[in-house]
Design a protein around this ligand. Structure first.
Ligand code: SAJ
Length: 420
């Protein structure tokens, strides 16, 4: 049975290691974080993801997944470590380099090394390979190298790991084919082979496409406020065109993917990637625009009490990384507002989070920043009874505007004239 060493047991590495361990491989799961290793050895999962606990338990109980703090000899090494962005919006490759250095002493003839982390184009050939050359193995003949990006949506990771199409970029054809063998053990989607730098660019462009599209509709929302149309209606009708797919306006773009990956393209070609960096800045301006809407909606109230509903970066998850809701909250804290925060999924000491009922009680305004299902179920009649003023700013357009307006609420949307 082939042995695979997976370095990095985060939201991609741990599901991937477990998937491989339940599809015919002996897997050594390696992570540098002592806390993660301790929890995993006790069967505790540090990532809230449907089905993950079950598959990790199956993988570890069958002894096909063994958790360790260091890599060891194997046939295949998969590097799935974080590539955070630094304060200059540059990709921090220190974890990738450290993982590469850790496996060098264990590399043997015929081994395959696969990089999964999201990286700037050219990283596999210009950063990873020079490090792997220290193994003295001939790259492409004795040591094979490929880049295989993940494209799983948090909240649907295990389904998408199996069902999504996969791109594999080999430093040569043999490397790509060897990597395809590994992924075809669990990938049901189409596997397409290309070269490493193309695969790196593909991964980034998937998220750049989304970020630019979101920036486009966020700009439309601001235009709509000025020209007196409802941006959501414009989007709904424009998307009836067979080749138009406008995304949704929002309070900004969060998560450590869409809000980050486009910068990895910009850093390579800053003088060319102007639309990409402008879109990033457009999306990062949205919290400021949201503050304007909240100020305008509550301008007649002395020190209004605002209930901030939703801190996670998107619906029904607990992740607050790069969350625009946090940025809106920080801006509001500087203003003359009485703030209360609620989110059914998020646990953080950054803000005193209370339950929904407590947040709504005696509030003058509800600001919905994340479209958690819980908020869509709110009954406007019940809410109206306990609020001091009936103002709701629905930044995700997730409520039934007609129902809330008929209950006496002043409803504000991003991209609707009455906001300003
Ligand atoms: N958002 C909008 N309007 C939209 C869609 C999203 O404002 O129309 C906001 C969301 O509220 C959120 C942010 O953008 O704050 C990102 O949300 P997302 O669901 O678009 O992205 P992620 O970061 O959860 O996952 C993305 C996915 N990439 C694509 O859909 C192209 C996922 O497939 C990737 O695997 C993941 O990034 C990643 O790992 O790169």
């Amino acid at each position: 049975m082939e042995k695979i060493c997976v370095l990095g047991l985060g939201y991609v590495g741990l599901p991937t290691a477990s998937m491989l361990a339940t599809h015919g491989y002996k897997v050594i799961g390696v992570d540098a974080e002592k806390e993660i290793l301790k929890n995993l050895k006790k069967g505790n999962i540090h990532i809230k993801e449907p089905g993950l606990e079950t598959i990790v338990a199956a993988a570890t109980q069958s002894k096909n997944l063994i958790i360790k703090d260091k890599p060891e000899t194997a046939d295949v090494f998969i590097i799935a470590v974080p590539t955070p962005i630094d304060k200059n919006k540059k990709c921090d490759l220190s974890f990738v380099k450290s993982a590469a250095r850790q496996i060098i002493p264990h590399l043997r003839k015929g081994n395959l090394v696969i990089l999964e982390s999201t990286v700037p184009p050219g990283t596999t050939t210009n950063v990873l390979i020079p490090l792997l050359k220290k193994s003295k193995l001939k790259i492409g003949e004795e040591l094979f190298v490929a880049y295989c990006p993940e494209r799983v949506l948090p909240g649907r990771i295990l389904k998408e790991l199996a069902l999504n199409n996969r791109i594999i970029g080999g430093i040569n054809q043999k490397s790509a084919e060897l990597a395809r063998e590994i992924y075809s053990s669990f990938v049901e989607g189409e596997i397409t082979l290309t070269n490493a730098t193309t695969a790196e660019a593909v991964k980034l462009m998937e998220n750049v496409y989304r970020d630019v599209n979101i920036a486009l509709v966020n700009e439309l929302a601001m235009i709509a406020d000025k020209i007196g149309v409802n941006a959501w209606e414009v989007i709904r009708l424009a998307n009836k065109h067979p080749r138009v797919n406008l995304h949704k306006p929002g309070p900004g773009v969060g998560g450590h993917c869409i809000a980050v990956d486009p910068w990895f393209m910009v850093e390579k070609v800053p003088n060319i990637a102007k639309l990409i960096s402008l879109s990033r800045r457009r999306n990062d301006e949205m919290p400021q625009y949201v503050l304007k809407i909240i100020r305008s909606a509550t301008r007649k109230i002395e020190k209004p009490r605002i209930a901030i509903l939703g801190l996670a970066y998107k619906a029904n998850i607990d992740d607050i990384r790069e969350s625009p809701a946090l940025k809106v909250a920080e801006l509001l804290k500087k203003g003359n507002f009485n703030l209360v925060f609620s989110d059914p999924h998020v646990k953080t000491n950054k803000f005193p989070i209370v339950g929904l009922k407590q947040a709504i009680k005696q509030s003058d305004c509800l600001a919905i920043l994340t479209d958690h299902d819980e908020y869509k179920k709110m009954n406007p009649h019940e809410v109206a009874k306990v609020m001091r003023h009936r103002i709701v700013i629905d930044l995700r357009n997730c409520l039934d505007q007609k129902k809330w307006s008929e209950t006496g609420f002043k409803v504000f949307l991003l991209g609707q004239r009455e906001n300003l």
